[in-house]
Design a protein around this ligand. Structure first.
Ligand SMILES: C[S@@+](CC[C@H](N)C(=O)[O-])C[C@H]1O[C@@H](n2cnc3c(N)ncnc32)[C@H](O)[C@@H]1O
Length: 253
């Protein structure tokens, strides 16, 4: 890892990242799904590698993974998992050679990057012709109930969901990436009450709330918190099933 110590909003959550995002168990599920599309051991760039929760099991499956991330604190966690294979850097100017990887992987990254065009230009540069781009949307498929109805509406009002393949596929075409398929990766079956969901929003553990304009919080988030707490039996847990969506694109030869 480079000694260039950078500052990133994710520095603040690095110590708690795994416990709040499914940790190694979630990483193994995602890695297994990615691996199922790779015929042979591959060189993979994990963009926004974070704590290497996905990169480590991909390495265990025989792939060579290089991870790039802005956050030194996240990379400190990752360095215990894939030492020597990490680069501090911005995915908008990737510290990787042209046509140097068989596949790029972006899990929950696109919505965090300021310049989508710069990111896609870089992905198209480093992935070899015929190589793959794997993308996991930050907006999972969620089975409807009274809690998820409210939170999905809030997410849409905050502009989330554009990174699903239904929208993304056409945006990747100009960079030479052609949509192949999308699968739902069963992630979690959690039981949550409306009050627990409201507490979770207010704890601001999710990055979508970190830099939110206070006016947007007042207009969209606080009313959602209030509506959650006003639901019938607000301490009774509901089953909330989330499936994360993995989409796959191939770079034209
Ligand atoms: C939600 S986390 C996902 C981490 C990992 N992919 C996973 O599955 O757990 C997003 C990561 O992207 C990194 N990130 C955000 N913007 C970035 C950028 N412009 N360049 C590099 N990394 C970035 C953050 O520091 C963070 O570690």
């Amino acid at each position: 890892m480079s000694n260039d110590r950078s500052r990133s909003p994710f520095d603040r959550i690095a110590d708690r990242y795994d416990e709040t995002r499914g940790g190694v168990r979630r990483g193994r599920q995602f890695a297994g799904s990615v691996d199922s599309f790779l015929a042979s051991p591959s060189v993979i760039a994990d963009l926004g590698v974070g704590t290497a929760a996905v990169a480590e099991p991909l390495t265990d499956l025989g792939h060579t993974v290089v991870g790039v991330d802005l956050s030194s604190a996240m990379l400190d966690q990752a360095s215990e998992r894939i030492p020597g294979r990490l680069l501090v850097g911005d995915v908008q100017t990737l510290p990787l050679d042209t046509d140097s990887v068989d596949a790029a992987l972006a899990v929950w990254l696109l919505q965090l990057v300021g310049d989508f065009d710069a990111l896609m230009h870089e992905i198209a540069r480093v992935v070899r012709p015929g190589g793959l781009f794997f993308h996991v949307s930050s907006t999972p498929r969620i089975e409807p109930n009274d809690i998820t109805d409210l939170t999905l509406k809030m997410s849409a009002l905050l502009g989330r969901g554009w990174d699903r393949s239904s929208t993304l596929a056409s945006r990747l075409m100009p960079y030479g990436f052609v949509f192949q398929t999308e699968i739902a990766m069963a992630h979690d079956d959690v039981k949550k009450s409306p009050n627990q969901q409201a507490d979770w929003i207010e704890s601001k553990v999710a990055s979508m709330f970190w830099d939110l304009d206070p006016a947007d919080w007042d207009a969209y988030v606080q009313p959602t918190v209030d509506a959650l707490r006003a639901l019938p039996k607000p301490d009774k847990a509901r089953r909330c099933t989330e499936s994360h969506l993995l989409s796959l694109y191939r770079r034209r030869e």
